[in-house]
Ligand binder design. Structure first.
Ligand SMILES: *Cc1c(COP(=O)(O)O)cnc(C)c1O
Length: 358
């Protein structure tokens, strides 16, 4: 048998083996029905149970307080960039955003289609290699939006900005990776394909009483209150993605939940960043205190050695380490399902590479 592939892909990304096995079997025969999960009604008891389980696992794992709704929607996080201002931005109102990179920028752009966006801080001056700090959030904005983890550049908010205005966060690439106090947020959202499941579903957690104040007419598909009322079944939900997300959340629960996975995630990040800092062939891209636990970005000090290092990565069956096409270098995405063992294999290769070159 071939040795296993170590999958550092940034998204869609690694899912637990056990989840993939169960998902494959449900694609053939789901819930003993002799029918595929993909060919039954989303209104059937078997699927409604899946949707209910998925939503309640989210509530349990993130300790979502009463007064919040959990939704599985479609269109990815990118559609939320447009949907959320429809629901939170008053007619003639204004929202504050922080620009920490590509996804934050996209959220700012889409928000601008709905109303006025005030970019209150940005790290663009240093190619998004740090997290802005100490900035003011005006008290007259309708909400404040930020991106908790900068997937592409590899920076992460380790403490969250405090403000009296409603806070909305794109947690696509670090949700379920660490405990979060949901009560501090009016809304959190995340595309499934980084830490929760396959692409297709988007998780939205929204405080009910934060909705319905904009005075706008909101198209039904963009209206969170419509989706809440219909319990995420306003139209056909992304059934397979919701199912596999449910399995992944069950896997996480059995593992010990979010505090336990945070411990593992920190161990993985520490192992890799230690190597980046101590290995003379490499250097990290992001300021040390703002480094992401999920996506570690680094470059070779001598880029002419890239081909040699890439060959060693391929021989070690390391997948997905190439940096985002807009940044270059290397990016190791260490989402929940990536075992510590895979990071150790990468570190061993980095050390062997350094020995060959000194
Ligand atoms: C991947 C990603 C997105 C885009 O998600 P889609 O589901 O592809 O729209 C948005 N924000 C962050 C932080 C991401 O990592």
């Amino acid at each position: 048998m071939m040795s296993k592939v170590h999958n550092f892909s940034a998204g869609p990304c690694i899912l637990p083996d056990a989840v993939l096995k169960q998902a494959s079997s449900a694609a053939l025969n789901f819930d003993g029905l002799d029918l595929s999960l993909l060919e039954i009604s989303h209104r059937s008891k078997s699927f409604v149970t899946v949707m209910e389980n998925a939503r309640s696992l989210v509530k349990e794992l993130l300790e979502v307080p009463d007064g919040y709704s959990v939704l599985f929607l479609q269109g990815g996080a990118s559609t939320q960039f447009l949907t959320l201002p429809h629901n939170f931005l008053m007619e003639g109102g204004k929202a504050a955003y922080v620009n920490t990179g590509t996804w934050a920028k996209n959220a700012i752009k889409e928000g601008g289609f709905v109303g006025e966006i005030d970019v209150v801080a940005s790290s663009e001056d240093k190619k998004f290699t740090y997290i802005p700090k100490g900035f003011e959030i005006p008290s007259d904005v309708d909400y404040f939006h930020f991106t908790s983890n900068n997937t592409i550049y590899g920076s992460q908010f380790h403490t969250f900005p405090e403000t009296e205005v409603p806070v909305i966060c794109d947690m696509s690439s670090d949700i379920f990776s660490r405990p979060v106090d949901i009560s501090k947020f009016a809304m959190i959202y995340a595309g499934a394909q980084k830490n929760m499941g396959p692409a297709g579903a988007t998780l939205v957690i929204v405080r009910d009483d934060a909705l319905g104040h904009t005075g706008r007419n909101i198209p039904s598909m963009l209206d969170y209150q419509v989706h809440i009322k219909k319990e995420s079944m306003f139209n056909t939900p992304p059934v397979f993605s919701v199912y596999v997300s449910m399995l992944t959340l069950e896997w996480l629960k059995n593992l010990g939940g979010v505090p336990e996975i945070e411990r593992v995630n920190k161990a993985k990040a520490e192992l890799l960043y230690n190597e980046i800092d101590n290995n003379l062939m490499f250097r990290g891209v992001v300021e040390e205190m703002d480094r992401s636990v999920m996506n570690a970005t680094f470059v070779l000090n001598d880029s002419s050695k890239e081909e040699e290092f890439n060959k060693m990565l391929a021989a070690g069956r390391i997948n997905g380490l190439k940096g985002h096409r807009s940044v270059g270098g290397y990016r190791a995405s260490m989402y929940n399902a990536l075992p510590l063992e895979s990071v150790q294999v990468l570190v061993d290769i980095m050390q062997a590479f350094a020995s060959k070159n000194t």
